[in-house]
Design a protein around this ligand. Structure first.
Ligand code: AMP
Length: 316
């Protein structure tokens, strides 16, 4: 054996019921690493699976859940047309060395119908995605908590693509004392810069050209911050300049936030987050930025203006 992942050992075991999962889980070697997904697996998920394989180490086990969770879809959202590609998903899980795939039915996950007791995502769950998708994070956290209980992993892996989700999952783990380590994985992008998403398949070539404005705007904000004098307002303005030039992109929000709380960002590490619709497809994306103190941009511009020839006396 060459030693590196993906591991040999045959395709993963596919289980569809909680009872089958419990039996299979009991036989797994630890550490167990869980990768929760809604299926229609793509290169972004592949990165999560690869990271999970590394975190599990040579002896541990990767468990993948595939479940399109109705609790996190609004009444006008795409639950019924959400892509389902089970055979391809299983092939990817096998390639990436997963040991177990849990793909339950809705009745198996919610045997009593819609649950009455759910996780309250708190105030950060009402912002941004929570504002545009009421009930979304309650649905996400409820199913994540159930999946954590059912699989009892040492580690669970989440993508930074869904940054607010990652923040809220971490907050749930802290606030509810869950015995699991949450590991983030950077956003996978296509060569043109678009963050990979199961929903990208809905984009026509023309839609896709419009959609690219979103990562372009985020890069513009990031570049402004990297120049070293971008406070939150300046970074945001750079992103808005790019978005304004593409009226076909319907922006839901663009904001600079504290990555730990999704509240207002302080100088230092922050996230530039955005969501927008192209036709009927909704896209979300984010990039990390490092913010300068407020007013830093004005200060630097003033310095630059006074640094011309003969301006020495005016400096300081
Ligand atoms: P989903 O199947 O869309 O619910 O996503 C399952 C997991 O994959 C979540 O933790 C997502 O954040 C992550 N994920 C989805 N797309 C990407 C991407 N482009 N890069 C990194 N992680 C991703």
């Amino acid at each position: 054996m060459s030693g590196g992942p993906p591991m040999s050992g045959g395709p993963p075991l596919l289980v569809r019921t909680r009872a089958e999962l419990a039996a299979a889980r009991a036989a797994l070697a630890g550490p167990v690493v869980l990768v929760p997904t809604m299926g229609a697996l793509h290169t972004g998920h592949e990165r999560l699976l690869g990271a999970a394989r590394t975190l599990a180490g040579p002896r541990g086990s990767v468990v993948v859940s595939i479940f399109v969770n109705p609790l996190q879809f609004g009444p006008s959202e795409d639950l019924d047309r959400y892509p389902r590609t089970v055979d391809e998903d299983l092939a990817m899980c096998a390639r990436e060395g997963a040991r177990l795939v849990f793909a339950p039915s809705v009745a198996e996950m919610y045997p009593g119908g819609k649950p009455e007791v759910t996780v309250d995502p708190g105030p950060a769950g009402q912002l941004f995605e929570g504002e545009f998708r009421p009930g979304f994070f309650g649905g996400v956290l409820t199913v994540v908590l159930k999946l954590l209980h059912l699989t009892r992993p040492a580690i669970a892996v989440f993508g930074q693509k869904d940054a607010q989700q990652l923040t809220l999952v971490r907050r749930m783990v802290t606030d509810l004392n869950l015995d699991v380590v949450i590991e983030p994985v950077p956003t996978a992008r296509d060569a043109d810069g678009l963050a990979i998403s199961s929903r990208n398949r809905y984009l026509s070539p023309a839609d896709r050209a419009v959609a690219l404005t979103l990562p372009r705007a985020l890069r513009a904000g990031q570049a402004r911050a990297a120049e070293g004098f971008g406070d939150a307002a300046t970074v945001l303005a750079a992103a808005h300049d790019v978005l304004r030039a593409e009226p076909a992109l319907a922006v839901d929000y663009v904001a600079v936030v504290d990555p730990g709380t999704f509240g207002p960002a302080e100088p230092g590490p922050a996230l530039l987050v955005a969501a927008a619709k192209v036709g009927g497809t909704r896209l979300i994306d984010n990039v990390p930025v490092v913010l300068a103190a407020e007013g830093a941009a004005e200060g630097r511009l003033r310095d630059a203006a006074t640094e011309g020839p003969g301006a020495d006396a005016a400096h300081h």
